[in-house]
Ligand binder design. Structure first.
Ligand code: XIL
Length: 362
């Protein structure tokens, strides 16, 4: 059996008085070990974000860590079409409402992720649906969800992952087939703008630093969409970093992205040490891999910091502590030992933390 990643001592827990046991049962990690990292939000002159999920809201240790470190929250799952959209085009807002309310109760900025995503909504948005009905339901979905939270979201990922996997053109998906490759994106942005005029509307994608071809396609797409009348207010780079990419590649993407003049959101940052299987054996020591990781994260933080202040929308990590990461969870990548975030399981700084602190000049 793998070691318990929470670090909780089960035997001590069983022996503890009932009140304490009940409280600790919800606590993902103990608070007692070692000095905590200084608040991430104190490092930066721009908002620092992290994800949260309804299952974490009753965990006092996670709540304390969020309160300490972030000024913005992105609900990790609850605002996605897969959660909201039900069969027959019914909507269920129970989880999304809970997340948005919680964020506001904590005084956080709440960021919406996401309105349209090629991989979601497919049970109802099918090729078989008559096009007029498809278009009407598409508009209704975007305007209903964005409208429900009108004035309460600081921004929305309006369309997620529109560029093809390899970076060669746009992704083929049911929305593109039914409404037109660029037209569905323009349409989503226009619906979102009408429903929530104050939220900053983002085009969001991944592998933009990892794959320069994809980064370039993404930026050209954003330009074209703006010309077509899409009210894009910002661009989101997920930044699930491949720590093996050459030095300078991240800087290069940010330099090109800055030229668009729009605010940039580092929207889903993590930087896994482990890679998918099927590759050559890695002969480096863990310390060498850590150094590689720290160098790339430092480059990203420096590139973000180098942007003009008005283009630094927010810097968001996909999970707060290593144990909060989707990479660790079974439904994500299922790698219990992964260390891909700025804080370790106990909320102490990981090696990359200092690189970010240095880059932000605090
Ligand atoms: C991930 C969540 O973190 C997981 O919990 C879920 O199993 C799959 O989705 N790009 C995105 C995010 O835009 O929505 C994904 O989030 C991670 C990759």
């Amino acid at each position: 059996m793998p070691a318990d990643p929470s670090g909780l001592n089960r035997r001590a827990l069983l022996a503890a008085p009932l009140g304490l046991a009940a409280c600790e049962r919800f606590a993902s990690v103990p608070t007692s070990a070692g000095p905590l990292a200084p608040p991430l939000k104190s490092l930066a002159p721009f908002p620092i974000g992290a994800t949260g999920m309804t299952g974490q809201l009753d965990d006092p240790v996670w709540v304390a860590a969020m309160r300490r470190h972030v000024s913005q929250i992105t609900p990790e799952w609850e605002l996605k079409p897969e959660r909201i959209l039900q069969s027959g085009f019914a909507y269920d807002f129970s989880a999304s409402d809970r997340m948005v309310d919680w964020g506001h109760d904590q005084g956080l900025r709440v960021f919406g992720h996401c309105l349209v995503w090629y991989s979601q909504g497919l049970d109802v948005f099918t090729d078989a649906l008559p096009t007029a009905r498809f278009a009407a339901e598409f508009d209704r979905y975007v305007s209903t969800v964005a409208g429900r939270y009108r004035g309460r979201m600081v921004g929305w990922d309006v369309v997620n992952e529109a560029v093809a996997e390899d970076g060669d053109g746009l992704r083929d998906c049911v929305y593109a087939r039914k409404l037109g490759a660029e037209a569905y994106i323009v349409r989503a942005f226009q619906q979102a703008r009408a429903a929530d005029p104050d939220a900053v509307l983002f085009l969001n994608d991944y592998n933009l630093e990892n794959n320069p071809r994809k980064g370039a396609t993404f930026l050209r797409l954003a330009e074209r969409l703006l010309k077509l009348g899409a009210p894009i207010g910002g661009i989101g780079t997920q930044s699930h970093l491949d720590i093996e990419i050459p030095a300078g590649q991240i800087r290069g993407f940010f330099r090109d992205a800055a030229a668009l003049g729009l605010p940039i959101h580092v929207s889903e940052l993590d930087f896994p040490m482990q890679r998918d299987g099927g590759r050559m054996p890695d002969l480096r020591s863990p310390a060498e891999k850590r150094a590689q990781q720290v160098a790339r994260v430092g480059e990203l933080a420096e590139a973000f910091m180098a942007l003009p202040a008005r283009q630094r929308f927010a810097f968001t990590t996909w999970g707060l502590r290593d144990t909060d990461s989707w990479l660790v969870r079974e439904e994500g990548k299922n790698r219990p030992d992964e260390s891909a975030l700025l804080l370790d399981a106990r909320g102490r700084p990981n090696p990359a933390y200092q690189a970010v602190a240095d880059a932000f000049g605090r």
